[in-house]
Structure formats: structure tokens, C-alpha cells
Design a protein around this ligand. Structure first.
Ligand SMILES: NC(=O)c1ccc[n+]([C@@H]2O[C@H](COP(=O)([O-])OP(=O)(O)OC[C@H]3O[C@@H](n4cnc5c(N)ncnc54)[C@H](O)[C@@H]3O)[C@@H](O)[C@H]2O)c1
Length: 439
């Protein structure tokens, strides 16, 4: 058992803190946001994430996870500190805002012992770790052991991903750093998880490279969808056909409204900005296209709504799902939310249904209508748009919805509906990248 701290208790930090406690470590969670801290202390998860709420209660009850708003003497005895604070996109540019990691490092530095290890988990521009190490070492008066340990969890399966990751990546300047990280992850390494040791800049780059690759794959198939839409082809059949090639693979090849969330969009933009600073902007210039293709899918859904409804004034549109992905209430850069906001701004009366995100939506977008009951949400709709591929939308009986809507038209923004079933319930089905014949 080790004493560790987890600094910054957002999606990543809470998950990591619970995972570390589940491995048997004594964990101190540091979070300055008073409302969030109070909720966590009571075992209440401040966001939706499957299985994490139960995990949180369990490790609080066992005494392995405790909380604090800031560092104190307790931090001096901690062997390993994980920095998990946010790195959002700057408001004034496409670059990542590293001020939160810089602040977290500065606050931690005075409490470090000479053998303590600081592990950065936030996604940062390459070169950030060196700056943090220098600034912390200047405060502590000795060379701080800083390692970079990027995180690959996916919201929706965050805890499972943390306890059974595909790989553990560690960049370190010192052997001591590698040794301490091996020790903390021992139970995960023992189940056969690859433990990859490398230099620090590579570890920083691994995360943005992985996200850039994933974003490129999604935008690739969405680019094919654009071509399919004007050539009578079907991008879903195309994706299936190319996905059989093992070198391509069929994951992340579903055409639709594209990617969103708190990671992929800001990570590819931050990567372009950092590459430009380093004088190699042209190496990742293609990521600007990846971003544009992604944004154009949102435009496409708005265009489809306009072409179906003409004027949007007084038209009722129901958005089915608003989080950026199912099993999450994360609304950051959500394609469905942006589309709902744009349609509302164009005069439509948009009602949003989502199994878990409506609470978060109240503060985020109070102008949008909300309905918790799926069938009620569809009542009198002139158009349905499936914005998030929640299971309940795939499973719903379209016949029941057909009886309630004003017009039987659905835009499947995620290509998950059973087209034949919806058509036999009388719906006109429109889907991105497809050439569907409706009656
Ligand atoms: N969310 C994900 O799925 C995911 C996955 C992998 C990597 N990441 C990366 O992890 C990092 C965190 O992402 P997130 O989604 O958890 O962000 P988040 O915004 O949900 O959480 C960040 C938390 O840090 C706290 N914080 C801010 N300044 C602090 C400070 N000085 N000391 C202590 N706490 C502080 C905030 O109050 C907040 O609770 C980002 O770099 C992100 O790119 C996120």
C-alpha cells in the first residue's frame, strides 16, 4: 500500500482516485471547488459515470479515500502525487490552457519530500513537463522527480478502463520515477498490462498522437460520408466493407455527427498550436481538416433540418440525446448540444431528451426545452433528431412514437436506428452519409 494524492477531482481525477483506492492505496483527493468537494465527501459523484458512484462510496467507507481542499502537512508524507487538473482550450486561441497544471504544480512544490514522485496525468502540450519540473525544483530546492503518465480512459467505461487499461505509459527522467510508478501499478501490471517506459516528451506526445489518430479515423469516414451523400453511395456499407481489412479495423468508423467532448476537439487543436510553436506546423496541418470535416457534420444536420422543415419558426424539434457520447452527461463540445442550440437560435422550439444530462443542461443551455420522459419529449414534434446513441433510442418502439409526433421524420445523427423498423412505423428516415429510399 502506498500513500498517494490525486490533485483535481474532475472526470479523470475522481476515476483515478477511486481506482487507486480500489488497488489498496491510501488516497488523498485534492479539489479546490467547494461544491464539488462537499458532494464528493458525501459520496456523491458530481457527474454521471457508470459504476463510479458505487466505487466512490465503497472506498470512502473503507477509509482509503479522503479529501481536502488544499495541501497541508499530510501532503509531506505522500510518496506519489498525481496531477489530474484540466487543460481546456484557451478562449483566445486553439492552444491548450496549461495554467491549471502550472498552478497545481506550484501549490504542490513546497510540500514535496526529496523522494516524492509527481506524476502528470493531464493531457499537455509536449514540453510542458520540463517547465513544470523546473518550476517545482526551483521552489523545493532539489530536483523533483516528475514523470508523465498519460491517461487513456474513456468516459462511459472510465473505471473499468482505469483498472484494466490497454497499456500504462510512463515517461521519466529518473529510474526512481519508473520504480515508483511500477510499484503503484503493480496489481494492474500483474494482470498482464504492458508497462511502457520512455522519455518524458514521448509520453506527453503519446496521448495527443493517440487522440489525433482516433479523430482522424472518425473524420475519415465522415469525409467518405460527404462523398457518399452526393454520389448515391452508402457510407455505412462502405465502412463495413473497409473495416474487414484488419489493417483498417472496424472501430471508430461509424459515420454520423462526429466527435465532441472534453478531449478530442481540444487535443487536436492544441496539438496543431504546439506544433506551430515548434516550427513543424505543416506536419500536423491535416488535423485542421480533421477538425473542419467534424464541424461540417454539425452544419449538415442543421441544413437537413432546414430542408425538411423550411422555416423553423414555431417548428417543434426533439433532440434525442445531448451528451457527447452515451453513458455520460458530459456536454463539453457536444455535437448534439451545438446543433440543438443552433436550431433554437434559428427559431425552432427545441425540446431535449437525455437519460442523464438534463440537470447539466439547465445551467449550460437554459433556453432549450427539456423533457425527461422519452415519449412525452416526442409529442407534437415536427422533426426528431437522434443526437447521442443511447441504448434506449435504439430499443424504443417507433410505432409508439409514430402515434405522438406531428410529422414522422427522423434524422439519425448516429446511424444506429433500425431503418426498416422506423420506416414500417411510417417514418421518413434521414441518416448522415446514407442514401435511404423512403417509400
Ligand atoms: N475526461 C476524460 O475522459 C479524460 C480522459 C483522458 C485524459 N483527460 C485529461 O485529463 C485532464 C482532466 O480532464 P477532466 O475531464 O477530468 O477535467 P475536469 O474539468 O472535469 O476536472 C478538472 C478538475 O481539476 C480541478 N482543479 C483545477 N485547478 C486545480 C488545482 N490547482 N488544484 C486542484 N484541482 C484543481 C477542477 O476544479 C476540476 O474539478 C485534462 O487534461 C484532460 O484532457 C481527460
Amino acid at each position: 500500500m502506498m500513500k498517494v494524492s490525486v490533485i483535481g477531482l474532475g472526470y479523470l481525477g475522481v476515476t483515478h482516485a477511486v481506482a487507486m483506492a480500489k488497488l489498496g492505496h491510501q488516497v488523498l483527493g485534492i479539489e479546490p471547488d467547494a461544491t464539488r468537494l462537499e458532494a464528493l465527501e458525501q459520496g456523491i459523484l458530481p457527474f454521471h459515470e457508470p459504476d463510479l458512484g458505487e466505487g466512490l462510496k465503497e472506498v470512502i467507507a473503507s477509509g482509503l479515500l479522503t479529501f481536502s481542499a488544499n495541501h497541508s502537512k499530510e501532503s509531506c508524507a505522500i510518496e506519489l502525487h498525481f496531477i489530474c487538473v484540466g487543460t481546456p482550450q484557451l478562449a483566445v486561441s486553439q492552444a491548450a490552457d496549461t495554467s491549471y497544471v502550472e498552478a497545481a504544480a506550484k501549490e504542490l512544490a513546497p510540500w514535496l519530500s526529496e523522494t516524492a514522485v509527481v506524476a502528470g496525468k493531464s493531457t499537455v502540450p509536449v514540453g510542458t513537463a520540463q517547465k513544470l519540473k523546473d518550476s517545482m525544483s526551483a521552489v523545493s530546492g532539489f530536483e523533483v522527480h516528475l514523470v508523465w503518465n498519460p491517461e487513456f480512459l474513456r468516459e462511459g467505461t472510465a473505471l473499468e478502463d482505469s483498472l484494466k487499461p490497454d497499456r500504462i505509459v510512463i515517461g521519466s527522467w529518473s529510474q526512481h520515477g519508473f520504480d515508483v510508478m511500477r510499484k503503484v501499478y503493480r496489481p494492474i501490471i500483474e494482470i498482464g498490462t504492458p508497462f511502457l517506459e520512455m522519455d518524458v516528451p514521448t509520453a506527453e506526445l503519446v496521448k495527443v498522437a493517440a487522440n489525433s489518430f482516433l479523430a482522424t479515423k472518425i473524420s475519415f469516414i465522415n469525409a467518405m460520408a460527404e462523398v457518399a451523400e452526393v454520389s448515391g453511395a452508402d457510407a455505412v456499407a462502405l465502412a463495413k466493407a473497409i473495416g474487414y481489412d484488419e489493417r483498417i479495423g472496424n472501430q471508430f468508423l461509424r459515420t454520423g455527427m462526429g466527435f465532441g467532448g472534453g478531449c478530442l476537439p481540444k487535443d487536436i487543436r492544441g496539438f496543431v498550436a504546439r506544433a506551430q510553436e515548434l516550427g513543424v506546423g505543416s506536419a500536423v496541418d491535416f488535423l485542421k481538416n480533421v477538425d473542419s470535416i467534424n464541424i461540417r457534420r454539425r452544419d449538415k444536420v442543421v441544413e437537413l433540418a432546414l430542408s425538411e422543415l423550411g422555416e423553423l419558426g414555431n417548428k417543434n424539434i426533439t433532440m434525442l440525446g445531448v451528451s457527447f457520447k452515451p453513458d455520460s452527461d458530459d456536454l463539453r463540445d457536444s455535437p448534439a448540444l451545438e446543433i440543438a442550440q443552433r436550431l433554437q437560435a434559428l427559431g425552432a422550439k427545441v425540446t431535449v431528451h437525455d437519460p442523464v444530462s438534463l440537470e447539466a443542461l439547465v445551467t449550460r443551455s437554459p433556453e432549450l426545452g427539456q423533457e425527461q420522459d422519452l415519449l412525452e419529449a416526442c409529442a407534437n414534434a415536427d422533426l426528431l433528431i437522434l443526437g447521442t446513441e443511447w441504448k434506449e433510442y435504439k430499443d424504443v418502439d417507433p410505432q409508439k412514437i409514430a402515434e405522438l409526433v406531428a410529422t414522422k421524420t427522423v434524422i439519425d445523427g448516429r446511424n444506429v436506428l433500425n431503418v426498416a423498423k422506423w420506416q414500417s412505423a411510417g417514418f421518413k428516415v434521414i441518416a448522415l452519409g446514407r442514401n435511404i429510399h423512403n417509400g
